[in-house]
Design a protein around this ligand. Structure first.
Ligand code: ADP
Ligand code: DAR
Length: 344
């Protein structure tokens, strides 16, 4: 049995929404920084198993190539041209969906951000990457108990030191083949690193797939607590950094799947019964607007029946609706798991 979460897609959103006639019409267009359609679609062309297939090189990509991106975005996020991004980071108390701690192993909420005025990671220069790193570290230098925070700069580490740290800390690794094709891995590991706030479960990846991935994570199922932490840091940064943002599409990032709130709220959840009925799990997740990923993250396999379940839609819902979608979906999956095990 293929161990990868089989999300049934026969073609990428790119192939579906970029027929040859549209490609011919747009192929000579480029953004002000020189990012071309060829640059945008390279990953999807080199990796035919892409689910999305396109990356933006800068905020302007969304305007210049809107004829392709708008329908892709509408389909992925169940969005429409008459709607606009709405944000809501207010505290959201939620009942614990797993009060006996039988299923949910850990909770992780992340939000992508790019600094306004800089090319995105597929197209950014090393000089600009370093500027992004410096601007972020300056902005976050007085966040909460700053003396207890730290930044791990990747280029200062030997391979052995990185591997040792990665065993106990949520560090990111060099991007996958999709990101490699998109140019996101250029100059790795230069100007990459991880910022840890005074709370070990509140961190930021710097210059991974986007300039910033703000992450709140902890063992267990306290979705509301993780949300309060990330909301605090996102609000703090919003007052100090101009992010790439659009009135309709919200926060703009390298992948069109990560715009709007750009928030993915997820849990690692052990579902041994549903693991034996994966198609039921995938169909149920799709209906509940949830995404299923592997234990090691996107496009990885399942270990020990632990699935990464998160909100799929990031645009057209607010941040509080992202975590409500996760909470309600996970509670339903736990009920299904209990029925399968006869404990309901
Ligand atoms: P993204 O940053 O878009 O969420 P991935 O799906 O690749 O990208 O996840 C990034 C990393 O975070 C992976 O190593 C994955 O195993 C880890 N991760 C995701 N969700 C959780 C979770 N709930 N608990 C612990 N680690 C998680
Ligand atoms: N792997 C690319 C991107 C899919 C969405 N995930 C991101 N952006 N990390 C694909 O098109 O499959």
């Amino acid at each position: 049995m293929n161990n990868q979460p089989e999300i049934a897609h026969t073609q990428s959103l790119l192939d579906k929404h970029l027929p040859p006639d549209i490609f011919e019409k747009l192929k000579d267009l480029q953004t002000g920084s020189g990012f071309t359609l060829h640059d945008a679609v390279r990953s999807g062309r080199e990796n035919p198993d892409s689910s999305v297939g396109i990356y933006a090189g800068d905020a302007e990509t969304y305007r210049v190539f809107s004829e392709i991106l708008d329908p892709m975005i509408n389909e992925y996020h169940r969005f429409s041209n008459d709607r606009r991004h709405m944000s809501d980071l207010s505290p959201t108390p939620l009942e614990d969906p797993d009060p006996e701690h039988l299923y949910i192993v850990s909770t992780r909420i992340r939000a992508a951000r790019n600094l306004d005025g800089f090319a995105f990671t597929p197209f950014i220069s090393l000089t600009a990457r370093r500027k992004v790193e410096q601007l972020f570290l300056k902005a976050v230098s007085d966040y909460r108990l700053a003396a207890n925070s730290r930044y791990i700069a990747y280029e200062n580490l030997s391979d052995k030191e990185f591997q040792t740290l990665a065993q106990s800390l949520p560090l990111f690794r060099k991007g996958d083949r999709f990101q490699e094709s998109a140019g996101i891995n250029r100059d790795f590991p230069k100007a990459r690193g991880v910022f840890f706030s005074d709370h070990g479960g509140l961190l930021a990846w710097v210059n991974e797939e986007d300039h910033l991935r703000i992450i709140s994570m902890d063992q267990g199922s306290d979705i509301s607590g993780a949300f309060t932490r990330i909301a605090d840091l996102l609000t703090f940064l919003e007052n100090r950094i101009n992010f790439a943002k659009d009135s309709r599409y919200g926060y703009l990032n390298a992948c069109p799947s990560n715009i709007g709130t750009a928030m993915r709220a997820g849990v690692h959840i052990r579902l041994p019964g549903l693991d034996r009925q994966r198609n039921t799990l995938y169909r149920t997740a799709e209906k509940m607007n949830l995404q299923v990923r592997g234990t090691g993250g996107e496009k990885t396999g399942i270990r020990d029946s632990i699935f990464d379940i998160s909100n799929k839609q990031r645009l057209g819902i607010t941040e509080t609706e992202c975590i409500r979608t996760l909470h309600n979906g996970v509670a339903a999956l736990i009920r299904m798991e209990q029925q399968l095990s006869g404990s309901l």
